[in-house]
Write a protein that binds this ligand. Structure first.
Ligand SMILES: Nc1ncnc2c1ncn2[C@@H]1O[C@H](COP(=O)(O)OP(=O)(O)O)[C@@H](O)[C@H]1O
Ligand SMILES: [Mg+2]
Length: 336
């Protein structure tokens, strides 16, 4: 369902399924997710906390923490299935071709190293700077500093000529996230996976970081997957949205269509739970709780919370099918 300006598919995810084994049983964090991303696409994945958004991105990157694992599916990138690559090839893809930005910058940046050195390290890993011992030569040190400060400038960090010598704690949360984006961009990736990159930031800074990602998308054609629990951010930033619930995509389509006329009862509930600009009406959160992904029943996983529930909803799982020619919906009670 790629709808961006590019025509070439850069990433094709099919039937992706991931579990986390636990003493209670296998948590089915991702259940048969399909996604296609064209060059220049900006896709939002939205859904409540715990619905499998992070697990989905980590699966694509093959970074699911042990003992979690991908149990099915393929991720095609440049003619290769990433799920079948050897560890070394996969390390090359990570960063060089597909980069990821996480929610909390401080957990990713190393507090003990200067930010300039951390950006340089990323350039070195991707072969854009010579490795040790060549990097000790004076000329390559100068070249290194030039590339690092240029990247810092690109992501809007003021005075990079001096600030590249500073440590992460000397930067605000927003600036730290910019540094991480600089690291992610060091290799000019074809795809950027951003997992709630602005959640830890205040609203003004949030807008600046999103604006930065938009610029990158527009100038380089880097396709972006933005995971967020915030529909307002998705609306602002993305052309296409996939709504996730209990490890599955339940509705996907152009952002305008989904926001103006949501079909899935879960999407409708999510929309009711966000304030509209200038509106003072109390929010209506969705009743009930996200189901236990280690104990899913045979029916629709949203049925226990659903306003449109029918008898069949407890018996069988709905398929993801095309509705009104523009989007996909997984619901027994959908209109056709
Ligand atoms: N390391 C882990 N071990 C066991 N379960 C996990 C682990 N990480 C995530 N989960 C479970 O997987 C499901 C999906 O989690 P996650 O992908 O983090 O959701 P989201 O990013 O949408 O908030 C949740 O039920 C969560 O509790
Ligand atoms: Mg998450």
């Amino acid at each position: 369902m790629a709808t961006g300006m590019g025509t070439q598919t850069v990433l094709q995810v099919s039937g992706l399924s991931t579990i986390y084994p636990t003493p209670r049983g296998n948590v089915e964090a991702v259940r048969g997710v399909d996604l296609a991303l064209d060059e220049g696409d900006v896709l939002a994945i939205v859904g409540e906390s715990g619905c499998g958004k992070s697990a989905c991105l980590l699966s694509i990157m093959r970074l699911v923490p042990h003992p979690g694992r991908v149990i099915a599916g393929s991720v095609m990138f440049q003619g290769r299935d990433l799920m079948k690559l050897g560890a070394r090839d996969m390390r090359e893809v990570r960063g060089r071709d597909i980069a990821m930005v996480f929610q909390d910058p401080m957990t990713t940046l190393n507090p003990a190293f200067r930010v300039g050195d951390q950006i340089a390290e990323s350039l070195r890993v991707h072969g854009l700077l010579p490795g040790f011992p060549a990097s000790l030569a004076r000329r390559s040190r100068a070249r290194e500093r030039e590339m690092v400060t240029e990247l810092m400038r690109q992501v809007g960090i003021p005075s990079p000529e001096t600030r590249h010598l500073e440590y992460p704690h000397q930067f605000s949360g927003g600036m730290q996230q910019r540094i991480l984006i600089a690291i992610a961009l060091a290799c000019k990736p074809r795809v950027l996976l951003a997992d709630e990159p602005t959640t830890a930031l205040d609203v003004t800074i949030q807008a600046q970081v999103l604006e930065l990602m938009r610029e990158i998308n527009e100038t380089t054609g880097t396709a972006i997957v933005l995971v967020t629990h915030d529909l307002a951010i998705a609306a602002e930033f993305c052309r296409e949205v996939a709504v996730m619930y209990a490890g599955q995509i339940v509705e996907q389509g152009p952002i305008d269509a989904v926001l103006e006329d949501p079909v899935h009862p879960y999407t409708r509930g999510l929309l009711r739970s966000i304030p509209r600009l200038g509106e003072r009406k109390p929010l209506t959160p969705i009743m009930g709780e996200v189901p236990d992904l280690a104990a899913l029943g045979p029916g629709c996983s949203f049925a226990p919370r659903c306003e449109a529930r029918r008898p069949c909803c407890d018996i069988s799982q709905p398929e993801l099918v095309a509705v009104d020619g523009r989007r996909l919906v997984r619901c027994h009670a959908r209109r056709d």
